[in-house]
Design a protein around this ligand. Structure first.
Ligand code: SF4
Ligand code: MG
Length: 326
């Protein structure tokens, strides 16, 4: 069967203006030729340090940002080819959950009004149905109907994220793009929100793209995980393969920083030196070559192909024949 979402050659270049005439003198290549797919009902984790392009990728999929190049197919439709008006309608089926629920909830609106808004926007149901749906979803996310008349500031961070999740669910979407939904929460609350998201996924048959900055957070929730570095996808595989046998040196480095639950299993330490280079002037060839402990001559010159190195396990690294030019 066809994946629910398919992304091909996605690019987003932001122009950098300078001088009195504001001429474009360079581009930040925030997302540069990224391809992947998401199957219906699964969770794809996308992980990377800040500035790697993971949030931009999420926004491009919803066309909250217009892609510079590339194609996004959702449920058989090409999202990059439809009009803004058609895209607005498509957003019933694709919803986002944001990192900071406080910033994304209007402080002057009651929870009821906040949750009602997506139904108003998409003209779904009559006022009575809408109200019923608000109460139903408050229960679904573990709050109660008496919370409906309260304002965002009257809730804890974890409760606010539950409201953010409820709002995303109001239109019965198929796909939820969650951009660091637990990063702003206390560690003790993170697990509760992750558990809730997993329960909702089963109950409502949701598909998730779960964006995070560290591999630890997405491990248990993700069926597959993609690792981004400086606008590129470095590696993508099932969670099992990615955590047990990472192929890309960058993933290996990220994982050697994550505490390993099994004390008998000693992971080789890989230390990455230096800072992330600027996405306005990314290194030539493999963008990771300035920090990679395995760098070879070819790495500075030739961009490694994001290729299937082992079955279902993709990487972009010259250490693997599939990535090297034929
Ligand atoms: Fe390191 Fe070269 Fe692989 Fe890039 S292509 S990750 S520099 S070995
Ligand atoms: Mg971000």
């Amino acid at each position: 069967t066809e994946p629910l979402l398919k992304v091909e050659g996605l690019k987003k270049y932001f122009p950098i203006h300078s001088g009195v005439f504001g001429r474009v003198h360079n581009y930040v290549k925030a997302v540069d030729d990224v391809s992947f797919y998401v199957n219906e009902g699964e969770t794809l984790g996308i992980v990377g340090e800040s500035g790697c392009g993971k949030s931009t990728t999420g926004r491009l999929l919803m066309r909250l940002l217009e892609p510079t190049e590339g194609n996004v197919y959702f449920n058989g439709q090409e999202l990059t080819a439809i009009s803004k008006e058609e895209m607005r309608k498509m957003r019933r089926d694709i919803q986002m959950v944001f990192q900071d629920p406080y910033a994304s909830l209007n402080p002057r609106h009651t929870v009821e009004k906040i949750l009602m808004e997506p139904l108003n926007v998409h003209n779904i149901g009559n006022p009575k149905d809408r109200k019923a749906k608000v109460y139903e979803l408050l229960e679904t996310v573990g709050l109660s109907s008496y919370h409906a008349k309260r304002y965002p500031h009257q809730f804890s961070g974890g409760q606010r994220q539950r409201i953010g999740i409820a709002r995303a669910l109001m239109t019965n979407p198929k796909l939820i793009i969650a951009d660091e939904p637990v990063s702003a929460l206390d560690v003790s609350i993170q697990a509760q929100v992750l558990n809730l998201m997993q329960e909702l996924q089963q109950k409502l048959k949701l598909t998730y793209i779960f964006i995070a900055h560290d591999l630890g957070v997405v491990r248990h929730i993700s069926d597959r995980v993609g690792v981004m570095y400086l606008g590129n996808m470095a590696e993508m595989a099932s969670s099992e393969k990615l955590y047990e046998k990472p192929l890309h040196p960058y993933t290996q480095a990220l994982l050697s920083a994550v505490p390993v639950p099994d004390p008998d299993f000693v992971r080789e330490q890989i230390v990455v030196e230096g800072d992330i280079p600027s996405p306005a002037n990314p290194p030539s060839g493999c963008r990771f070559h300035t920090r990679c402990p395995f760098k070879m001559d070819i790495c500075e010159k030739v961009i490694p192909k994001f290729a299937e190195v082992e079955e279902g396990h993709y990487a972009a690294c010259h250490l693997y024949e599939a990535s090297r030019p034929q």
